[in-house]
Design a protein around this ligand. Structure first.
Ligand code: ITT
Length: 210
């Protein structure tokens, strides 16, 4: 099936496509360059829905969206839904390395280093039919960034059971246990069920009617 993925983040697209191998993943860049809806939600899932709804309004076909970020317990869950914008504002925009340095600085010598990646993912079939999942990857924040793989905050999250940071995993290893990989596998099962056992919905005028 062709699925539109409401993201401008190429890392996310690659990670999702590696799980949904039986499907064609399209991104807005192919039809609506500059797609960048304002993420005004108060939670990951609200922002995922905002992105999905915005792209569905433009393409009228099944859409996926992902809103994700790093939540650090000692920072009261920050940067959380503001992970992409952490440390930015007033005309200043930090790059990924800058955000990582800022987070380590803000956390300082704090003993409680528990943190998690969160990924809310929505499969949006019409305004009235959508499926939301949210998954996590638990770890602790290192004192110094480590590793070159992945993206974003991956060099900061240490996985006790793997004895390394997420950025020290291969792409396949990250997807096997990450928040996004796990959410995408839940969506894959849903898609499989919808395709194999469609349940036509009378009266739903959405473009997609499983
Ligand atoms: P789209 O909104 O276009 O999908 P984005 O990067 O702005 O792309 P988000 O608003 O969901 O996406 O922000 C997610 C940020 O959280 C992302 O930019 C990273 O900084 C961080 N993040 C999310 N998933 C991550 C992962 O798997 N590894 C490391 N950092 C991650």
């Amino acid at each position: 099936m062709t699925l539109w993925f409401a993201t401008a983040n190429e890392h996310k697209r690659k990670e999702l496509a590696a799980v949904l191998t039986g499907h064609t993943i399209m991104t807005p860049a192919a039809r609506v360059p500059g797609f960048d809806p304002e993420e005004t939600g108060a939670s990951f899932y609200e922002n995922a829905l905002i992105k999905a709804r915005a792209l569905y309004a433009l393409v009228g076909e099944p859409v996926l969206a992902d809103d994700s970020g790093l939540c650090v317990d000692a920072l009261d869950g920050r940067p959380g839904i503001y992970s992409a914008r952490y440390g930015s504002g007033g005309g200043k925009k930090l790059d990924s390395a800058g955000r990582n340095a800022l987070l380590l600085d803000e956390l300082g010598g704090e003993q409680n280093r528990n943190a998690r990646f969160v990924c809310a993912m929505v499969l949006f079939l019409s305004e009235h039919r959508f499926f939301l999942v949210q998954e996590t990857l638990e770890g602790t924040i290192v004192s110094e960034a480590r590793g070159e793989g992945g993206f974003g905050y991956d060099p900061l999250l240490y996985l006790d059971e793997r004895h390394c940071t997420v950025a020290e995993l291969s792409d396949g290893e990250k997807n096997a246990l990450s928040h996004r990989g796990r959410a995408a596998r839940r969506i894959a099962v849903l898609l499989d069920g919808l395709e194999k056992a469609p349940e036509p919905v009378r009266g739903d005028r959405g473009a997609w009617n499983f």
